[in-house]
Design a binder for this molecule. Structure first.
Ligand code: URP
Ligand code: ZN
Ligand code: ZN
Length: 468
């Protein structure tokens, strides 16, 4: 079954040009003009952009966290209508369970038969007390899971690793082609500040930001970078929220550390004043790291446009206000951390980045799709519009005008963190491996259509993986 997309403007991380794209089955088979017009389906993309399907390398579907669970993979149609065709989800590690078993469990119980998007998994240490945890890295890489998250935050839980454990993890990772991804906040200091604020009766959501100020993120980012340098290991810092942490990454890179960073839409367009909204509304915006003073946004956009930060992930965490966030009405430390956003990544980057002159279209496509594909081992199968690649294509209509709202969202969550934000342009048609799965903002695919994507190890060429 062939589909011809005609007259669109293809945008890649390095160029843009008008061309037709021919899809056969699940793959892109030709790019050019005068292509085979015997295709069963012809889509006229005149006046539209063709972006590669987005890769959101930071999602938390069905994550048990802070006493409750985020929305599950049955809500992944939200990703597709927002132009994201693949996610890399962080795999929860149940207490006492090995990392490998955790991957199998997450796939079997939470994902298979439910996901609408293609997916891969990061491993994630949530119980660092499990013996021999770093010896598993090699097997994880062989199973197509070449990334692991380690937390320097969340003291009082078995997630938080101390510096010795982090260092061991970095050393183990580099030996097997594993890229460690780090949640960089100083958990000891956050815990002390939380106690102090609560003792002073400061229990509202807005104190979440005071309990984890930018400096605790800057310190932990610089420390992680130094330890990566000491271990001679690569490192990826997730959810960079502030100028200081971004500069710590840039400085470390200038000193030769193989360091990369991600920011998220919430840190690009929301600021700490949202946490102080009347009543308990600020709970919607409780995520970690916390939202920052507005002055941090401009340097983050600049860092994306200059390549000092490489990717934008949503850090999607679907908690409802009713029944979940409201567990913290008595004290902000009880509010589950995280905001939903897998549907909104492209809308925010295009409307508030590209259209406001902060991000070129090439850098936008890179941060949205190509850089995550390359860094996390999905390229060239995913992440660009290339012959032989999966036909994951967003036909983007720049003329569309709308607003983001919970009323139209497919997140399956009772609020939107971006309620009322403009959406100028949108993913008009979304193809996943050649199949039209979203049209005009509506999901028209099936739950269960998503496939597991085995990823290649960090730092090794795609071909060398194919030879093994
Ligand atoms: O607030 C957040 N980011 N919640 C999800 C867990 C994490 O640290 O990424
Ligand atoms: Zn985190
Ligand atoms: Zn996260």
């Amino acid at each position: 079954m062939a589909t011809l997309i005609k007259n669109g403007t293809i945008v890649t991380a390095s160029e843009q040009y008008k061309s037709d794209v021919l899809i056969d089955g699940e793959k892109i088979v030709a790019i050019g003009s005068d292509l085979d017009s015997r295709a069963e389906t012809v889509v006229d993309a005149e006046g539209k952009y063709l972006f590669p399907g987005g890769i959101d390398a930071h999602t938390h579907f069905d994550l048990p966290f802070m006493g409750t669970n985020t929305a599950g993979f049955d809500t992944t149609p939200a990703a597709l209508v927002g132009g994201t065709t693949s996610v890399i989800d962080f795999t929860p590690q149940p207490a006492g369970m090995s990392l490998q078993d955790s991957i199998v469990k997450h796939r079997e119980e939470a994902i298979e038969g439910k996901t609408a998007v293609d997916y891969s998994l990061h491993s994630m240490i949530m119980d660092s007390t499990v013996p021999g945890i770093f010896d598993e890295f090699s097997a994880l890489v062989k199973a197509g899971v070449p990334t692991i998250k380690m937390f320097l935050a969340y003291k009082g839980t078995p997630f938080m690793v101390d510096d010795a454990t982090l260092f061991k993890g970095l050393e183990a990772a580099k030996d097997v082609g594993m890229l460690p991804t780090i949640h960089a906040e100083n958990g000891d200091v956050v815990s002390l500040l939380q106690e102090k604020l609560l003792a002073a009766g400061k229990t509202d959501p807005k104190y979440h930001a005071e309990s984890r100020p930018a400096i605790v993120e800057v310190e932990a980012t610089a420390r992680a970078a130094s330890l990566a340098q000491a271990a001679d290991a690569p490192i990826f810092i997730v959810h960079v929220s502030c100028e200081g942490a971004m500069l710590a990454i840039r400085n470390a890179r200038q000193q030769g550390v193989d360091i990369f960073g991600e920011t998220c839409p919430q840190y690009l367009v929301l600021d700490e004043s949202y946490l102080a909204k009347p009543g308990f509304e600020g709970a919607k915006y409780v995520c970690s790291p916390a939202l920052r003073p507005e002055f941090n946004q401009e340097p983050l956009w600049q860092a994306l446009n200059n390549g000092w930060l490489q990717t934008v992930g949503s850090d999607h965490c679907g908690f409802n206000m009713k029944g979940q966030k409201d567990m913290g009405t008595e004290k902000f430390t009880g509010i589950p951390n995280g905001t939903p956003g897998v549907e909104n990544r492209l809308a925010i980057l295009y409307t508030y980045g590209f259209l406001q002159g902060k991000l070129s279209l090439q850098r936008m496509v890179d941060a949205f799709a190509t850089a995550p594909a390359k860094l996390f081992g999905m390229y060239p199968r995913k992440g660009s519009i290339v012959i032989g690649g999966d036909a994951d294509i967003v036909v983007f209509d720049p003329a569309y005008q709308g607003k983001i709202s919970v009323e139209t969202s497919l997140h399956g969550v009772d609020y939107s963190a971006y309620e009322g934000f403009n959406e100028k342009g949108r993913a008009d048609k979304v193809f996943l491996r050649g199949k039209l799965v979203a049209d005009g903002g509506k999901f028209i695919g099936q739950l269960g259509q998503g496939q597991f994507i085995e990823r290649t190890p960090f730092g090794l060429a795609y071909e060398s993986r194919m030879k093994r």
